[in-house]
Write a protein that binds this ligand. Structure first.
Ligand SMILES: NC(=O)c1ccc[n+]([C@@H]2O[C@H](COP(=O)([O-])OP(=O)(O)OC[C@H]3O[C@@H](n4cnc5c(N)ncnc54)[C@H](O)[C@@H]3O)[C@@H](O)[C@H]2O)c1
Length: 255
């Protein structure tokens, strides 16, 4: 088991990708705290994790609220004694809106959950990790931080910021033996019925959407000792969408 007895907080752990990351972490031997604002799905995910026979807790948390995150940190340390891994996965897409029309309220909400919360969680968990002299932070951005999704200015700007937050956090936290990396997912199916058969798409080089377990596998790799010399890095898990020259140049694919 690659994460044996590691203690991990996964934000947005009730959602499509978060619950898959949590399940994979538990399978690899980790103790997991699910932090999500959605208590119903949180409790469902918790029951699934506990039926796998490992200790896990759910803490209802708004990750953009500093006092709430402080309680999350406190409860995790109280239950498990330390925090080894933080996965900043919670996010909202936000209302789509043209740049000229997007409201200040939508901008503020999306930036607070997708960007400011990554800072808050990383800082408060980072302080615990720094005291322990080790830690591992994984931020979930999006390929939309690089290729803008039209009419999603706040989401795009925040995801881009998550990648630069990763680099500065990796820089400032390296002296404490804390690694910080980003996973940038491409199009990932996050609910049934496509979890068994991902939809085909010409957008990716691999000709299909991705699956949550493919993001979870990258998270396990970054959380484990297998990636011990990787920090400040971004791994795109996107089926080759960012480098899809067929799509960009309109070149016909070989059959
Ligand atoms: N699914 C995709 O195709 C895709 C592509 C690129 C990036 N991503 C990124 O992957 C991550 C997970 O996405 P997903 O598809 O599982 O989305 P999802 O909507 O299924 O899950 C997001 C989770 O975050 C939680 N959340 C939202 N606001 C919160 C808050 N303020 N406090 C605490 N929890 C909050 C939600 O309750 C939900 O459980 C996100 O960061 C997303 O931007 C997903």
């Amino acid at each position: 088991m690659r994460l044996n007895e590691k203690v991990a907080i996964i934000t947005g752990g009730s959602g499509g990708l978060g619950r898959s990351i949590a399940a994979k972490f538990v399978e690899e031997g980790a103790f997991v705290t699910i932090a999500d604002q959605d208590a119903d799905s949180g409790q469902r995910v918790l029951a699934q994790l506990q039926s796998a026979g490992r200790s896990a807790i759910f803490v209802k948390t708004d990750v953009s609220n500093r006092a709430g995150v402080a309680r999350l940190v406190e409860q995790t340390v109280q239950r498990f004694g330390r925090i080894d891994i933080l996965v900043n996965n919670a996010a909202v897409l936000g209302e789509n809106g043209h740049f000229l029309e997007i409201s200040q309220a939508v901008w503020d909400h999306v930036v607070s959950v997708n960007q400011t919360a990554v800072f808050i969680c990383s800082q408060l968990v980072g302080r615990v990790m720094a005291k322990a002299g080790r830690g591992n932070i994984i931020n979930i951005s999006s390929i939309n931080g690089t290729v803008p999704l039209p009419r999603c200015a706040a989401y795009v700007a925040a995801k881009s910021a998550v990648e630069s937050l990763t680099r500065i956090a990796a820089t400032d936290l390296a002296p404490y033996n804390i690694r910080v990396n980003t996973i940038a997912p491409g199009p990932i199916e996050n609910r049934p019925p496509h979890l068994d058969a991902p939809r085909p798409t010409e957008d990716t080089l691999l000709g299909r959407n991705g699956l949550p377990h493919e993001i979870a596998a990258a998270a396990v790799f970054l959380a484990s000792e297998e990636s011990s010399f990787i920090t400040g890095e971004r791994i795109a898990v996107d089926g080759g969408m960012l480098v899809n020259g067929y799509r960009i140049y309109g070149v016909e694919r070989p059959a």
